[in-house]
Design a protein around this ligand. Sequence first.
Ligand SMILES: Cc1cc2nc3c(=O)[nH]c(=O)nc-3n(C[C@H](O)[C@H](O)[C@H](O)COP(=O)(O)OP(=O)(O)OC[C@H]3O[C@@H](n4cnc5c(N)ncnc54)[C@H](O)[C@@H]3O)c2cc1C
Length: 411
Amino acid sequence: MSETHSLVVLGGSAAGLGIAHSFLKHIEPELKKLGQTYHVYIVDSSTHFFWNTGSPRSLASATLLPVDKLFAPIADGFKQYEPSLYTIIHGTAESWDVAGRTVTIKLANGDDTQTLSYYALVLATGLRTPSPATSLHGDFVITKAAIENLGQKLASATSIIIAGGGPTGVETAGEVGHFLNGSAGWFSYRPANPKAKVTLVTNANKLLPVLSEARARTAETYLNYVGVDVVYNLSVVSSTIGADGKTTVDLSNGQQWTADVYIPAWGAKPNSQYVPADLKNDAGYVKTNGTTLRVDAAGPRVYVAGDVGNYSRGGFHNLYSALPVLVANIKHDLLAAALSDQPDAKAEAPPERLFVRNDSETQAVPIGPRGVGAVHGWPFPSFLIWLVKGRDFMIGNIPITVNGDILKRVM
Ligand SMILES: Cc1cc2nc3c(=O)[nH]c(=O)nc-3n(C[C@H](O)[C@H](O)[C@H](O)COP(=O)(O)OP(=O)(O)OC[C@H]3O[C@@H](n4cnc5c(N)ncnc54)[C@H](O)[C@@H]3O)c2cc1C
């Protein structure tokens, strides 16, 4: 038997879990046949996976989607494997020694750190939205509390400002507007007795950058149906919470607005603080080879999965179209390295695969009881968006993401 090699996966969300499960199910058994021993380390700041897709509904009210339904323990998904094959580390990657091939993790309990040497490394640390209610900001309890807190404030709110015209802002405005104001009746464009003034502010001149102008206009109409007003070409510059609990926002036109609740839903940033500056682009995304999904400048067997890389536009659709390519290339690299030690072996490493980025118009955005969207430029009708996504925000995907079964649909 050779020495034990380490595959370190930083981030245990959709991308990191996809890689870790693919490795344990499909790659490790092949390596074992060649006498290679591997151990997988899955590192995440949170013990629980977070289904951020469902957060716009849960934060509007726990009566619509109880917050506990959005989380699942990462460890549960790995009980199917031999314990000697993997370790889950609850901690945050703080630094990366590229030349020394180590990453240092700040462990969640206490001040201790742990330095992991890696034979192969996958960066899958995703993005962080400004609000902890819509993405993990450390352990999941922070996000759970933020969602509960917003729900409590919204229950009695009569003025709400949401900033951001992307899907998170639009979906959140739709859920909040629908919950507080209900929906317009037949032959009307506004709810009859709105309880709250809900305003969605965007710095762009249209909503939903991925979708066409026409679908963006429909999105505004659907927002109006649930009592949400959209203001374009305006951005929130800063916000301050007063002693009365209300938030005052400073706007790019010099005005100040005050509301009971302010929800920032723009400006997601990659979780790449631990990545050396020369391996990131100006926006902080990891510079990834757009066809092989390797980080060429970081030495052999270093890869990027999911939203932290600069190779795609983000989202599950792009993540799951890249994952089979990435898994194939990891398999290629590890088997090729194993076979190079065994000149007499008859087996060959499987071929590499190349990723082709697809920026077609594909997105589904529920807006209260309706929705707008497209699949590869084809319209995705409102009732289908409700059926596929808006009904329960696809929480059925949580267990299969955590245990890796979702990969049967994409690999
Ligand atoms: C509110 C919201 C709704 C969304 N809805 C949809 C949707 O409906 N459809 C769609 O296609 N996409 C949607 N997306 C996008 C989708 O969630 C992402 O594309 C997907 O989650 C990316 O997965 P990921 O694994 O790359 O990163 P993330 O899901 O961002 O996860 C990153 C993981 O890394 C961990 N982490 C971060 N930093 C560190 C560190 N330094 N050390 C260790 N661990 C770390 C985090 O705790 C987290 O578990 C939504 C995003 C948001 C924010």
